[in-house]
Design a protein around this ligand. Structure first.
Ligand code: SF4
Ligand code: SF4
Length: 146
């Protein structure tokens, strides 16, 4: 009998993840620094990557290599994900949120002093469910045809 694999389980250390993606560890670190990926962090500060992370990184690599989108461009696309609508944060939160006002980087790149301060971005639907290639477009469609 086959066992279901939890795709969100942090499994791969950075060197293995880099190998799976055929990129250098340095590049993977740079993607994290730029906010394209939020890996699982162990207490030792070592990073682990899940199968979902690997798929997400493949999507990012495709954007960069095939569609010639720059890292700044990918960040700007992520910044357009309507986190306020998904999380249903308050008007107050929005008014005091730089992520709500700006559009240069994703919400998970900001140091928050609002409802998002206590939230774990890696486990948040905004990061997990809405930031892969196809879903961003579907999300925008679902909002615009309401
Ligand atoms: S980052 Fe958080 S507080 Fe800011 S708009 Fe998005 S959901 Fe609201
Ligand atoms: S918890 Fe993180 S990913 Fe989720 S809306 Fe807030 S800042 Fe964005």
């Amino acid at each position: 009998m086959e066992t279901a694999i939890d795709n969100d389980l942090p499994l791969y250390p950075i060197s293995s993840a880099a190998k799976l993606l055929d990129i250098s560890v340095h590049t993977l670190r740079m993607y994290e620094k730029e906010g394209l990926i939020v890996p699982f962090k162990k207490e030792s500060h070592h990073r682990l990557y899940s199968n979902s992370d690997i798929e997400r990184l493949k999507c990012i690599r495709q954007g960069i290599n095939e569609y010639k989108i720059s890292i700044a461009g990918i960040k700007a696309i992520y910044s357009l994900i309507p986190c306020w609508d998904i999380v249903k944060c308050s008007e107050d939160d929005r008014e005091n949120c730089n992520s709500f006002k700006e559009h240069s980087k994703p919400c998970w790149c900001y140091a928050h002093e609002n409802t998002c301060k206590e939230r774990n971005c890696r486990e948040c639907d905004v990061y997990r469910k809405h930031s892969d290639c196809g879903r961003i477009k579907n999300l925008i469609k679902s909002i615009t045809i309401r």
